[in-house]
Design a protein around this ligand. Sequence first.
Ligand code: GAL
Length: 690
Amino acid sequence: MTRPPEQVHPGVWKFTLGVPEQITPVSSRHYPPAADGLRKLGTLHATPVTPEGVPSKRGFLVRLPLAPGEIVYGLGLQLQSFIQRGLNKKLRVNADPRIDSGDSHAPVPFYVTTQGYGVLVDTARYATFYCGSTRHVGEPPSTAGAANPDGPTAGDLPAVFRERGMGEKGEILVEIPEAGGVDVYVFGGPTMRAAVQRYNLFSGGGALPPRWGLGMWYRCDGRFNQQEVLKMGADLRAHRIPCDVLGLEPGWQSHAYSCTFVWSAKFPNPGELVRQLGASQYKVNLWEHAYTNPASPLYDQLKSHSGDFAVWGGLAPDFLQPEARQLFGDFHDREHVSLGVSGYKLDECDNSDFTGSWSFPELSKFPSGADGEQMHSMLGQRYADAIQIAFNRHKTRTYGLVRSSGALAAPYPYALYSDLYDHAEFVKGVAKIGFCGLLWTPEVRDAETDVELIRRLQSVVLSPLALINAWYIKNPPWMQIHADANNAGQLDPNWQWIESACRTVMELRMQLVPYLHAAFVRYHREGLPPFRALVMDYPQDSRTWTIDDQFLVGESLLVAPVIGSALEREVYLPEGEWYHYWSGQHYAGKQSVKVAAPIEQIPLFVKSGTLLPLAQPTLHTADPASYRLTARAYGAGSSAASVYEDDGTSPAVLTEVRLSWDAASKSGSVKRDGPVRGPQYEVVDWKTIG
Ligand code: GAL
């Protein structure tokens, strides 16, 4: 029995098919929908697609139509495929997935299509999405009803369109094990971009990292003790390496696998450590996972609120239960956040079939009634919910890392990461996260060559979280790229040159902080992903449909990272006028251009009509000089931009600072829209390009 759909917010329809399960992402959500933002996106009259539900012996089946030429994107962090149409994906939470099966650190049962709508299947099961790859016996291929006149039936499109039957009518089948029904949410557009905005707003609006979170991050060697961490902090400053956040890896706690959450003897005075680092304007981030060691003071109380299987000998807390979250949040507050710890790296909340088979099995039982499968699908976010209790108490925002995520993730201030270390896939990850409300960092560790290190660093500074993860190397990677030599203290004879090249790359990040922060404000308020694939903004342009090695940052920047040793690359510029960030050279859009990419330059383009605020590069975002801006006006016309003063407390209390460039009078102006809450932005220089 299918009930009529309910329009739960303007442009968001809920279809209840069969009898849904009790434990789902929507029923367990912690952030309410951003109803205001949804209202502002406007009303839509009819649902763009109607799902059907069919009970099956294997659980429940949902069917959704696909038009000829309709292209499907999404399903979470799928590092090995971009277009999902024609593929099958089983959305199973798994660390380091090496094959394109749907296993992912962050599988998300949400997709969007070039027809301009999105679909969320509200399940915590490992659902299989057959994305137009199936046809019933006797069903003839049909191209009738192509809604997209530019549809991929045209012969000049990549073979993938023909091989995967994208030019024909099809359907998406979603097979959900165990369930007797499911709620399906349909997000109207009319564009793909608007549908994603609606999904992100329905999720609660996008995360807004505190300004310091957008500076550089450096994770120290896990073997360091308190003195060595302090020395690393001092060395980075002495070498003029920008850094806002120092991370501690396993080793700071008395037991790491599983975790006690108690400081080890190597850190005899953690309060003093955090205080001293804070005096040098460093925030401290702690690595941990949730599995609670028998030696932890939390163990006894947590035991009755945990699953029935151990992980590394520790408890797997049932964070679907408020009691477990409260115990965890209180403890983290008392032991870390009250000392000034700014956030966490929530590791190993995924699952593992590919890396040594650890974690609890799917058949686990949790006191909330969830089984292991449901818990795996939701652990990353529920774990973050427990930790959030501590930050809420201090009325302060956090930014951190998490290794697993899922549906409705947009409001979570955590970037995903992975131990897979494929640069090309890492870059593609940045293009894909924008479809599904995720954040991701293509972190930098060691490297095969100097050039690779610099290229990786260029990619990470143009991502949601600019992370150097030196957890297994004693010296920064620019001093020695090879891990063994690095740990043996054999520095590269050329290290000063490499360090200087890396410093310049990191300075680009620091210059972009005000721009990135403003893009995140938009994510928070309007649901617009700060990092997204070109197709999201240019769906009418068939050339963008397959591009996953370039992406947009905010409204105005287009990035095309370089992989390998190349010193030039092809870049596709969509319609409009573009300027090369480094040379200021003008390019007409709707063409592929080959651009030189000398080692110190990542190909970066600015859309004409942009007023780009660039900060003075500083060592950290607390430096008042980071509020001094050069505003670059691109193109002949007038332009405007907003930056936001943010004290790191509630995102509701930002002060908007509006910058405008008037082309006629060739003058700029700055207008502050709200109270002063700390350092103030000022424009020290106006420049025109083009
Ligand atoms: C891994 C994690 C790495 C590092 C390491 C420390 O699980 O992905 O980034 O933190 O643990 O043991």
